[in-house]
Write a new protein. Structure first.
Length: 387
């Protein structure tokens, strides 16, 4: 960090900006997404005591303040200066779809650059779970997924990922008790922002969420899993498996051409050993593709004896794909086959099929509407009102 210049009101607005630049920070400062030590650097550059940084971040993360002017425990003069040099990002709700069949609400949020991301809130009896996106679009190319159809657009920042949680809380009035990083994008391809987001969620000046209430899902980036294991964060790892043998997995998920099942399960085992956390394997059941007796047997052979749990997910159909969900009887038989061989398996209840709740479908549907109106690919224009 460069020399910190004490800024006073006499220096005026340009003095504050110069002091922040001299501290090696860029102006305007985006506060949402900052750790406490980063915010302290900003406040120090303004000549303010360290405790002001915590006050500012508590307003942003815990009280969801939209502007500095609301921060009533800061001096008025400091609030004015912060308004000039800083900003607080806030995703704009573009669409809110409430499922009539279950407790799922899906949001499409517009970003500052006009792109859009999806977030899903699932209510359970005592708590709510938010499923957040880490990228706009996705380059992983999984053949059953809508998120990848338009390709990768850009990475999300830690602040943009965190604001998805803050926005669904504000729009539903429901406190989020669990977070799954399983929306659009491959989180381990946006590694730094994802880890910063997870750490921020846990900070006491933010939501204070326990790491054990956070799940990070990956399509199978083995080096990313190894890196995550070394972080020392006891978050749950979810591996998107979807096939029990390499040849079939390569057809469904291009990532399998780079790392085979032996490497993937080996990395997941090492993750479980390093963190003490049982690994979840996500397995989407696709009619006639990966839901037969052979696949159930192969999956049981692959995972028996491992610290693992299988989450069976009936496919949420995507209009652009020919895949269909497995019938209920096939799902039950698949689950029973696994359990007979000692592999724990649960069937995730089908959620939000009536509201495009599968990864990427809502953004895709809105992009198609936008294209029909001659708008850009990710843009959404109809605002919805929050509560
Ligand atoms: S399933 Fe996940 S990793 Fe695969 S294409 Fe969709 S968003 Fe990307």
């Amino acid at each position: 960090m460069g020399r910190i210049m004490k800024s006073t009101p006499k220096n005026g607005q340009s003095g504050d900006a110069a002091a922040i630049s001299a501290a090696g920070l860029s102006v305007p400062v985006e506060f949402k997404g900052l750790f406490l030590d980063e915010a302290e650097k900003v406040l120090a550059a303004l000549g303010e005591p360290r405790y002001r940084a915590r006050q500012v971040l508590e307003w942003i993360y815990r009280r969801d303040a939209p502007s500095f002017s609301e921060m009533s425990n800061l001096p008025a003069e400091l609030r004015s200066r912060l308004t000039v040099i800083g900003r607080i990002l806030r995703l704009a709700p573009a669409t809110k779809n409430v499922s009539t069949s279950d407790e799922t609400t899906k949001f499409l949020f517009r970003l500052r650059d006009g792109e859009a991301v999806e977030t899903v809130l699932i209510r359970y009896r005592q708590w709510a779970s938010a499923c957040v996106s880490t990228q706009v679009g996705c380059r992983m190319g999984c053949s059953f997924c809508a998120s990848t159809i338009g390709g990768f657009v850009r990475q999300l920042t830690a602040g943009e990922i965190l604001d998805q949680v803050l926005r669904v809380q504000a729009l539903t009035g429901q406190a989020v008790g669990r977070v799954v990083v399983m929306g659009t994008g491959e989180p381990l391809e946006n590694y730094d922002a994802t880890i910063k987001f997870v750490r921020l969620l846990h900070e006491p000046y933010s939501l204070g969420l326990g790491y054990r209430h956070i799940t990070i899902s990956t399509s199978g980036l083995v080096p990313g899993i190894q890196r995550l294991a070394a972080e020392g964060l006891p978050v749950t790892l979810a591996v998107s498996l979807h096939a029990p043998r390499d040849e079939l997995r390569r057809q469904l998920m291009p990532v399998a051409k780079r790392w085979d099942l032996e490497e993937l399960v080996g990395a997941a085992d090492a993750y479980g050993e390093a963190t003490g956390r049982r690994v979840t394997y996500e397995y989407t059941l696709i009619d006639g593709v990966n839901d037969g007796r052979r696949e159930a047997r192969e999956l049981a052979d692959l995972l028996a004896g491992h610290l693992a749990h299988v989450n069976l997910i009936p496919l949420n159909p995507v209009a652009e794909r020919a895949f269909r969900p497995s019938p209920g009887a096939a799902v039950r038989e698949f689950q029973q086959s696994l359990e007979r061989k000692g592999v724990a398996a649960t069937v995730r209840r089908e959620m939000g099929a009536d509201i495009n709740a599968a990864c990427g479908q809502l953004r895709r549907a809105r992009a198609k509407e936008g294209a029909a109106r001659g708008e850009g690919a990710g843009r959404t224009d109809r605002p919805v009102k929050g509560r």
